[in-house]
Design a protein around this ligand. Sequence first.
Ligand code: NAD
Length: 349
Amino acid sequence: MLADNAGSNRRGVQMPDRSVGQVALISEATVLDAPGFTGLADLGIEVVRVPRAADEAAQIESLTGYFGIVAGAEPYSREVLEALPGLRIIARSGVGFDAIDIDAANDLGIYVTVTAGVNAIGVAEHALSMLLALLHRSRAYHDRVSLGRWRDGEFFDELHGSTVGIIGYGRIGRSFARIIAPLDVAILVYDPAILPDLTEVGVTLFDDIGDMLPKCDVVSLHVPLNESTRHLLGARQFGLLPKGAIVVNTSRGPVLDESALVDALMSGHLGGAALDVMDIEPAVVNSPLIGIDNCILSPHISSFGKRTISMMSHLIVEQLDAASRGEPPEGLVSLPALTGRVDPRAAPR
Ligand code: NAD
């Protein structure tokens, strides 16, 4: 329970008397304001689409007066949260909450929720789709046929029979393992918080990422961004991967060192990279990653499958409904025990 009662949070800070009326919708990954989606309207809560602000002053101005924010990946600093006294909940559409100052939310008695559990399979499917497009040279073959050419002796790689390393074996990492397992792949896992007896049969757990990487034909990242995971893969780790290995990142851009990745791709050491996330988003046109043939990119869109968006939207309605009644919603991350600060899953061993 975050709130002991409707008037004070667990630190005893008196919460302002907040009126429940409107929520600001910033995330695009919802259908909360779509015609025919009446979830919040039925609860008497109006959804107002608010564009993402350019700076903190504009963010405060545009978000003042809302009891809830349906957030995307944009940042929420302590300064911003302190300037929004009516705010009761930030419902993050997605599961990454590295951009939100959770300590500040705790101090201010603001619920922060994520849509845990409903996007894992969709994100895993997107990671697999990018990986297969890369291995199967889909882009190059399409271009070739479009130009009136046909086969030219360049074969594609297959996933089946290969060894895949999964870094981060939580909801998405496990979903990814489940969907690639039937392809007869060897699955290796690095996740300091996972106990060997909790891994499924057929999955090999490594204590040391350095022991796992040399065995991987493919490595896929599924960790949150925090201080233990920033640049988890850099020049040294890319060097440990066998020549021709593929890197897949659907987690957060800074989990890998982007310039080291570019070097490893350009030198021919890596066979390719499939990236849904980048250091700078939206990507800048002069990003060195753009234009590398064996690097396939997507615009941080892994959670934007239509079924996933529908499931996330329904969960967000439930979360906002609970918050509007002063009850702790499902998917809470703004409790000290669930933040990266003290969560043993976030700390390196
Ligand atoms: P999760 O919390 O269920 O799993 C994360 C796993 O990473 C945990 O098992 C944890 O122990 C492990 N981990 C933490 N630190 C680690 C480290 N240093 N080394 C190895 N493992 C470590 O989270 P999830 O739902 O699987 O999501 C994972 C991440 O994916 C999110 O935090 C988010 O950043 C990202 N994500 C991206 C998109 C997208 O649109 N591209 C969508 C959803 C999630």
